[in-house]
Design a protein around this ligand. Sequence first.
Ligand SMILES: Cc1cc2nc3c(=O)[nH]c(=O)nc-3n(C[C@H](O)[C@H](O)[C@H](O)COP(=O)(O)OP(=O)(O)OC[C@H]3O[C@@H](n4cnc5c(N)ncnc54)[C@H](O)[C@@H]3O)c2cc1C
Length: 441
Amino acid sequence: MFYGKSNLWYIFFELAKQGLIRENKILKRYSFSSIFTEAFRDNLGWEKAWAKHQPKKEYQIIIVGGGGHGLATAYYLAKNYNITDIAVIEKGWIGGGNTGRNTTIIRSNYLQESSIGIYEKSRFLYETLSQELNYNIMFSPRGVLMLCQTEHELRAMKRTSHANKINGVDTKMVTPDEVKEIVPIINIDGPRFPVLGALWQPRGGTARHDAVAWGYARKCSDYGIDIIEQCEVIGVKKKREKIVGVETTKGHIKAKKVCFVAAGHSSILADLAGFRLPIESVALQALVSEPIKPIIDCVVMANTVHGYLSQSDKGELVIGGGADGYNNYSQRGSFLHIEETVRALVETFPVISRLRQLRQWGGIVDMTGDRSPIISKTPVDGLFINCGWGTGGFKAIPGSGWATAEMIHNENPGKLASPFSIDRFLEGRLIDESAAAAVAH
Ligand SMILES: Cc1cc2nc3c(=O)[nH]c(=O)nc-3n(C[C@H](O)[C@H](O)[C@H](O)COP(=O)(O)OP(=O)(O)OC[C@H]3O[C@@H](n4cnc5c(N)ncnc54)[C@H](O)[C@@H]3O)c2cc1C
């Protein structure tokens, strides 16, 4: 076998390999020493980041949807509860849904206590996720600024900042001059939408979205969880209102517990299982500009005008706007949205009038009436659901996976998830976050 360019390296590599095999982690860890070793063997020894599997006949648990939330759920089931007989079934490719299509904003400055609980848990887990997954997810706590451009918004954000303080989330209101100091390219003088202040979360920020999915997938694979791509769930098998498995494009797979984690396609899956969800599916779009030198080192959200932006490591301005005005499943961008979003932001960020826009895209998001997610049992025994993250679920991936794993294991939602049960729509116990997610994210 070819290992390097000289016998000396061959001997060195064989010794290192024996050591690693003994520890049962041959080349599984990304580390300085593995990079070093690979450099001397033409990088021929890297394994695929996660193994590809064909479905087995039966699993203890099936997770439908290989986005961030599905993968995180599988990962925390393995890590926190030692359950690894799990299949993650994805109709396309890992992270090909909204997880790989979002604008990567992470924050926890929500209004309601239950939202703060899950989003702050998530933000906290993000802080050390790269180390935990041994995968660089490029978490960048560069700060998130939510602008107030009307008196109403200023009052709403003050209220949110008080709620954050009570719940131990580190945010504060800043004045227009402080805004200008944090973001020198901003125009705070209007005339239509002057900046009256902002809510500042210094430990909010961004992370590389697909790396989050890849990192969780790799760790799931390490645990022996089967990741099955190009496999669509097309039916649900029940016996007397109890789940017994799913029908897929790769055949029938049995399981006593199944969890749907399919974002914008959740209602389609719920329909297969015979119940309805209070969800609307709609395309949400984003775009990036041509790359330029660094001009902004935090995330700015301008909710009143419906736009937000940050700068990627490549130098592109990452720009997001609102959702389409009608329900649809078209996972693509449209010219109308480029025009609308750039027009909305240009008064506050005059610099973008000089930029060419490079590309745009869309994702199908799942909107609930109160703009809060659903993590819940369903009318079918053994079938659970995690959905309704709408325009803002990327930031919630670790916390949501944690809470969903707890619910599946205990067959009941724990403290983090229980406020988000589907029953709240019957009981009128809504968790109104429409101000927090009015624009998106
Ligand atoms: C343009 C845009 C910008 C956004 N910006 C932000 C942001 O800045 N910050 C933030 O926090 N959130 C943001 N979001 C929202 C965020 O991306 C989502 O809430 C989050 O990614 C949802 O993750 P998920 O794992 O639930 O869904 P997804 O990543 O969509 O994964 C669901 C998976 O289920 C699969 N699936 C569906 N049906 C089936 C089936 N029948 N069988 C098998 N598999 C199936 C899909 O192929 C998909 O891969 C944004 C979304 C978009 C579209």
